[in-house]
Design a binder for this molecule. Structure first.
Ligand code: ADP
Ligand code: MG
Length: 505
């Protein structure tokens, strides 16, 4: 099936059915040590080097809660307008798996640390109905709960790593603190799901709760998907697609699952609640196991841990230390720097770039001009040179100085762009660099006039056409003059002079 046939087919499915999506996100908390043991949390270490007896439940050990984790969970709670529960309880979730040597995972079940919040997202994925398609919409997505739990170890199946066809176990990850953030089934499209994840990841990073690096497995998602007939109020039976580790996979998996379920429903077959696996290469979901329910886990309160009590004072201290949230920053950028919501969002989405913009704008006459230079020229340079904005040798003051030279007519925009390339990689003072390279714009009108006269004298045919009202050869003549001035004249001024001389206007 061609791509357009495929999307037409998908459109037809969406006319009949409305997708309902809820996401569970597991994010690694940014701590030096594990949730209940002093073992370090590190990435890329040799297997089984960061393991403490507590992590593998050796006899006689007792878990000790890492206090830092509580502060980070409170932060996430405040940032998502949630209730931070003054009492929460750790439970044992029992199951057998080779990478879970204790035979249970310590998690929170009936009484999580955070509940009842929301996150606002911005997307174009048809907020609640197909006709919203194409229009960007802000949507509030409910957060059911966020609870603390331990990560499990890792089974390594890769023969290159395991050195044979065996599966080996690496327990470095066992006991790494996770926050599981569960959304309400409020999302209605793959695009909206992806926008929610991006917003959440950005939020986690900006409040320094998690680095949320998907490649390191620090931010993983399970997607719950169901379909209901358009117009129907009750939800359909859902399936849960496990362990999606990129935005593309989340979107691909949700689309594939929508197609699979719609085919079943069209044939009058009921969807069975199940845990699904997404095969990214084939773009298909398949049943991994029929859904276990909570009873299968035999949850009970962990007798080794007392309930977690949080004082209101502690919450207030953390509230007072909260950094500016992405949504707050965006609103501030809109009002303080007169940027559109889209432009402000673009900056805020890139952390370091937003800071760079603020510092530049403070030294620029127009914040909009600063935005344009950063969003267009600086971003392009940074991409081309593969440099992070923080590592660029062009500091905000330098960019502001460069922009100032252009605004005052001393440097053409084109030459400024060339200088920017070198400023990003090598730094320096823009004005000194301009002088050193003899790039200062020719502002001396008599000098420009001399070049204009020369060009007019030696390009008779083009001059005649311009005189006759044809503007096209004007660009050609302008190019000639610019060449003669080595690009140092202001194009606007050259154009004015040419028209003046040729048409006497
Ligand atoms: P489980 O333990 O079965 O994973 P959770 O309560 O942790 O259950 O998570 C349930 C997730 O499924 C939530 O994100 C919720 O929004 C979502 N969900 C619940 N019902 C539906 C449904 N009918 N369709 C799609 N998603 C759903
Ligand atoms: Mg769950």
């Amino acid at each position: 099936m061609s791509q357009s046939e495929q999307s037409a087919m998908f459109e037809r499915i969406l006319q009949r059915y409305e997708p309902v999506i809820g996401l569970e996100v597991h994010t690694h908390l940014k701590t030096a040590s594990k949730l209940f043991s002093p073992a370090p949390v590190e990435y890329g270490r040799d297997p089984n080097h960061d393991v403490h007896p507590i992590d593998i439940g050796l006899p006689g050990v007792l878990p000790v809660l890492n206090e830092r984790v509580v502060d980070l969970a409170i932060r996430l709670g405040l940032a998502t307008h949630s209730t931070v529960n003054l009492r929460s309880v750790f439970s044992r979730k029992n199951y057998f798996y080779p990478d879970l040597p204790k035979g249970y995972q310590i998690s929170q079940y009936e009484e999580p640390i955070v509940s009842d919040g929301w996150l606002e997202i911005d997307h174009s994925g048809g907020a609640t109905s197909a006709d919203a398609e194409g229009a960007r919409a802000r949507q509030r997505v409910g957060i059911t709960r966020a609870h603390l739990e331990e990560d499990a170890g890792k089974s390594v199946h890769d023969s290159a790593v395991a050195g044979s066809d065996d599966t080996r176990i690496d327990l470095n990850r066992a006991g790494v603190p996770l926050l599981e953030i569960v959304s309400e089934p409020d999302l209605r499209s793959a695009e909206a799901a992806s926008a929610y994840l991006k917003t959440l990841r950005q939020l986690l990073r900006s409040i320094e709760v998690s680095d949320a690096d998907m490649e390191k497995g620090q931010f993983r998602c399970d997607a719950n998907v169901s379909l209901r007939k358009r117009g129907q109020t009750e939800f359909g039976v859902r399936t849960e697609i496990k362990n999606l580790n990129s935005f593309a996979n989340v979107e691909g998996a949700i689309r594939a699952e929508i197609i699979r379920q719609s085919e079943l429903l069209d044939d009058g077959i009921e969807v069975v609640q199940a845990t699904m696996h997404f095969d990214a290469d084939r773009g298909r979901t398949s049943v991994m196991r029929l859904k276990e329910n909570a009873d299968d886990y035999r949850y009970f309160d962990d007798p080794d841990l007392i309930p977690l009590l949080i004082s209101k004072d502690r919450i207030e201290v953390i509230r007072s230390e909260m950094p500016e949230l992405p949504d707050e920053k965006r609103a501030r950028f809109e009002s303080q720097y007169a940027l559109s919501s889209k432009d402000a969002g673009l900056l805020v989405a890139q952390g370091g770039v937003a800071d760079f913009f603020e510092a530049t704008a403070q030294n620029c006459a127009s914040s909009k001009t600063a935005f344009n230079w950063i969003a267009r020229d600086l971003t392009k340079e940074l991409n081309e040179q593969s440099i992070e904005v923080e590592a660029s040798l062009c500091k905000p003051e330098d960019l502001a100085a460069l922009i100032g030279l252009v605004e005052s007519g001393r440097l053409t925009a084109r030459n400024a762009r060339d200088l920017l390339t070198d400023l990003v990689s090598g730094g320096g003072d823009p004005e000194a660099l301009m002088a050193e390279r003899g790039l200062e714009a020719v502002s001396d009108s008599s000098l420009i006039e001399g070049f204009v006269d020369e060009v007019i004298a030696s390009n008779e045919a083009a001059v005649e056409s311009v005189k006759g009202g044809d503007d096209k050869p004007l660009n050609f003549l302008m190019g000639k003059v610019m060449q003669a001035t080595q690009g140092k004249a202001s194009p606007g001024e050259v154009r004015t002079r040419l028209i003046e001389k040729i048409r006497g206007e």
